[in-house]
Design a protein around this ligand. Structure first.
Ligand code: GLN
Length: 549
């Protein structure tokens, strides 16, 4: 088992996850099989109960794991499928140690942070790495070196490295190299301090990655090398990049891949490096021919990380069609005080993403109404699907419609809880979660985009379209062209007579990858390009019988 630990110093938000993902991508490009594990030193058992404002998006895995958004970066960069065991939290560790203590597994011993907590951490890292069957696993330790929370994890990492030996373990430390003063001098002191802190825990970094605005000067590299006791070639610049997807080649050009492979004796390898497809994708991302604008109307718009998988899905879809997708965040409450026409001026498409609770729903319905009535390409995802359904139920089917999530006593519960979800009390991991097969009708835009009748997509929701209303909704032009669970559950809606008014109960953004964009996001991008430039596919997939408008 070979483990590459990635730690962070100085401040959070240095792009440690992107560094870890990029290194994974680079090792894969040399023919290695790589997996990735994220450690989150918080007491939540998983990210599922966390507000997106706190921590960004809750990413969902095939197995239904509700995990840190960095696992999304690993899956996107490395094109792998991870399981919930690849996100280790303090909550999971303590829970299982306490359960073992209650069962009497520790045979009367005093249960302590070292060795019991650290042993549990080591066992989980080892199991996740082994079960993945990969040649090497990257272990990203969340938080910043010096935090109280991450101490047991760093201690476990130190012990693990010692257990498996120097050749099979490697430490990469990411730090900040800020620029100060009128001459714009790069400063090494924060890096020196944070490496010293790491060394005081018994960990000597093999590679130091300095996050900086411009590449580090030779001088600065030598200085860091000297103070931090790493060779100058192992001091690597991570300067600002035009796209996160450019980071692998920036690191590769500084010899990072060769260094890791050499030091860890990873091999035998396939000949050469295969970054051709990746680099072609990056070039398309960086040099788009065109640009479209999509308005993202949601309730967590104050933090872009809340919708990171959607933003990445638009990068993937845009690259496929040679266009940059500029996403403008609009707080849905704005639609209650300003006219939709004003707010959506210049938008070539509208996305309503997932969400929970009543706040902001009125504004989302208004944004959906305006998009529908004005032929603006529209994609609704999860809550966005329920919003589109309610909008059509109210304004086309004439129902007094609501979701029981927002109004439990409403006259027409068009969106409601199915029996399985009734009576569930706890909030943790209690939704309909993970990859579930969906059947798609052939005569639909969704079929054109997916190219298949059977697809699998990831879910995270409690509420569903109420089957009692399907006849009336379809009669109003809202066709349920995607269904699951023997047609009991509605998964994709498409509006007749509109260039692109599509919504899904599942989250297509979680399976979007470079070179394999989410089909429904691609559909929105194509329709938005047609809307802006008046050409291309995206129109014509729907029978225009005029019933909808
Ligand atoms: N709140 C809705 C539900 O629970 C939508 C969830 C979501 O958008 N992820 O069904």
């Amino acid at each position: 088992m070979k483990l590459i630990f990635v730690t962070g110093g100085v401040i959070s938000g240095l792009g440690k996850g992107i560094t870890a993902s990029s290194i994974g991508r680079l090792l894969e490009s040399r023919g290695l099989r790589v997996s990735a594990i994220k450690i989150d030193p918080y007491l939540n058992v998983d990210a599922g109960t966390m507000n997106p404002f706190e921590h960004g998006e809750v990413y969902v895995l095939d197995d239904g794991g509700e995990v840190d958004l960095d696992l999304g970066n690993y899956e996107r960069f490395m094109d792998i499928v991870l399981t919930k065991d690849h996100n280790i939290t303090t909550g999971k560790i303590y829970r299982s140690v306490i359960e073992k203590e209650r069962r009497g597994d520790y045979l009367g011993k005093t249960v302590q942070i070292v060795p019991h907590i650290t042993d549990e951490i080591k066992a989980r890292i080892t199991a996740a790495a082994r079960d993945s069957g990969a040649d090497a696993a990257i272990v990203e330790v969340g938080g910043t070196v010096g935090d109280i929370e991450s101490m047991p994890f760093l201690e476990a990492a130190r012990q693990l490295a010692r257990d498996i030996g120097r050749e099979d373990s490697l430490f990469i430390h990411t730090t900040l190299v800020p620029v100060m003063g009128p001459v714009g001098e790069q400063k090494t002191k924060p890096t020196q301090h944070s490496v010293k802190e790491l060394m005081s825990l018994g960990i000597r970094p093999d590679i130091v990655v300095g996050r900086c605005q411009e590449p580090m000067s030779e001088d600065i590299r030598r200085k860091i090398s000297m103070f931090c006791d790493v060779p100058p070639e192992a001091v690597v610049s991570a300067p600002n990049a035009a796209s996160i997807y450019e980071v692998p080649r920036i690191l590769d050009a500084q010899g990072v891949t060769d260094r890791i492979i050499g030091q860890m004796k990873l091999g035998p390898l396939t000949s050469g490096s295969d970054m051709t497809c990746w680099n072609a994708f990056v070039d398309r991302v960086i040099n788009p021919e065109r640009e479209i604008r999509v308005a993202l109307v949601g309730k967590y718009t104050a933090l872009a990380d809340s919708y990171i998988s959607h933003l990445e899905a638009f990068v993937h879809a845009g690259a496929e069609r040679g266009c940059r997708v500029r996403v403008a965040f609009i707080d849905s409450d704005e639609f209650m005080v300003h006219p939709a026409g004003e707010l959506l001026e210049g938008a070539d498409g509208v996305l309503i993403p997932g969400g929970f609770g009543t706040r902001g729903v009125g504004g989302m319905i208004e944004a959906a109404r305006y998009s529908r009535e004005n032929g603006i390409p529209f994609l609704g995802v999860c809550l966005g699907f329920q919003i589109a359904t309610l909008e059509i139920a109210r304004h086309l089917a004439g129902l007094d419609a609501d979701s029981t999530e927002f109004d439990p006593g409403c006259a027409d519960p068009v969106v409601f809880l199915m029996d399985e979800q009734k009576g569930i009390g706890g909030k943790g991991a209690s939704m309909r979660l993970g990859a579930i097969p969906v059947s798609i009708a052939r005569d639909s835009a969704a079929y054109r985009l997916y190219g298949r009748e059977e697809v699998e997509e990831r879910h995270r929701h409690r509420y569903e379209v109420n089957p009692d209303y399907i006849g009336r909704l379809e009669g109003s032009g809202w066709r349920f062209v995607g269904r699951s669970d023997s047609d009991r559950r509605m998964e994709i809606g498409e509006l007749r007579g509109h260039p692109y008014f599509v919504a899904s109960q599942f989250h297509p953004e979680f399976r979007s990858r470079p070179g394999r964009p989410s089909p429904l996001h691609l559909g929105l991008v194509e329709a938005a390009m047609a809307y802006r430039y008046g050409e291309g596919p995206g129109t014509g997939a729907f029978p225009r019988d005029g019933r909808a408008q």
